[in-house]
Design a protein around this ligand. Structure first.
Ligand SMILES: NC(=O)c1ccc[n+]([C@@H]2O[C@H](COP(=O)([O-])OP(=O)(O)OC[C@H]3O[C@@H](n4cnc5c(N)ncnc54)[C@H](O)[C@@H]3O)[C@@H](O)[C@H]2O)c1
Length: 260
């Protein structure tokens, strides 16, 4: 493992979740100090302990990332603990109802947009000026293959992830002159509880069949792992991606390779 993130102050939202926890561990192993953000519904203890085991200094902050108050809280806490904010990984996200648009509950649409899109907007809105003042910073946003291709039955999720890619591109243009890079990762199907829920929703009572169908959509014939996502985030967080901004990194085993 390299130490290319040595001493960096990195914030990970949704850190108690499957991909957030794996990324926290990877960033810690590469030398970062971490502010782990969770919603309070899922305890952050396990992610904190796993990152600390890699030698990182870690603080845990409970905050609703869909509110300005929550975003300001985690930024303030990170600055208090580590003096600056080098990287923000806007990872928190949800997948709500599964079903056709005609039957999709309006309140689920609003909730998905609030958690997935508003959180990224607010993260950029409040972290951008801090990083600009520092003269350097990196923002990594969690999109999805569903932000690259339209995915039937999860239209709100798919729309929210397309919006994140749009926000990433717009923010990159605004912040580049201040030394701040903004990129996104767009993972495909990853071994995780979120995919188990989607499989069950897509084929009630026959999730294994849904998993097989999703696997068949990948060119590589397998799901990805949280650790593979974490490796891509670590790359985007580091100076190894110093000439990248406004980009989204597809990592989907070739699932979207046939689309533009
Ligand atoms: N799992 C996959 O296959 C996959 C694929 C592509 C993209 N993604 C994206 O990766 C991200 C993480 O997914 P995951 O599989 O780890 O999901 P997860 O459900 O395990 O983790 C998501 C975390 O976000 C937190 N969260 C939700 N709403 C919040 C709020 N308002 N404020 C603060 N925290 C909140 C949850 O508590 C949870 O800990 C999501 O944005 C998801 O859309 C996942």
């Amino acid at each position: 493992m390299t130490n290319r993130l040595e001493g960096k102050s990195i914030i990970v939202t949704g850190a108690a979740g499957e991909l957030g926890r794996a990324t926290a561990v990877r960033l810690a192993a590469e030398g970062a100090n971490l502010t782990l953000v969770g919603s309070g519904r899922t305890p952050l203890d396990e992610a904190q302990a796993a990152a600390e085991a890699e030698g990182a200094k870690v603080i845990a902050v409970e905050a609703d990332v869909a509110t300005s108050e929550g975003v300001r809280r985690y930024l303030d806490r990170a600055k208090e603990a580590f003096g600056r904010v080098d990287v923000l990984f806007n990872n928190a996200g949800i997948q709500a109802a599964i079903g056709p648009i005609a039957e999709f509950p309006e309140e689920d649409w609003d909730r998905v947009m609030a958690v997935n899109v508003r959180s990224v907007f607010l993260g950029i809105k409040h972290a951008g000026p801090i990083m600009a003042e520092q003269g350097a910073g990196v923002i990594v946003n969690m999109a999805s293959v569903a932000g690259v291709m339209g995915v039937p039955l999860i239209a709100s999720y798919s729309a929210s992830k397309h919006a994140i890619i749009g926000l990433t591109k717009a923010a990159a243009g605004e912040l580049a002159a201040a030394g701040v890079r903004v990129n996104a990762v767009a993972p495909g199907v990853i071994e995780s509880p979120m995919m188990r829920t989607i499989e069950e929703g897509a084929a009630p009572g026959a999730p294994d069949a849904a998993k097989q169908a999703y696997t068949a959509l990948t060119a590589m014939g397998r799901y990805g792992t949280p650790e593979e996502v974490a490796a891509a985030v670590a790359f985007l967080a580091s100076d190894d991606s110093s000439y990248m901004t406004g980009a989204y990194l597809r990592m989907d085993g070739g699932m979207s390779a046939g689309s533009a």
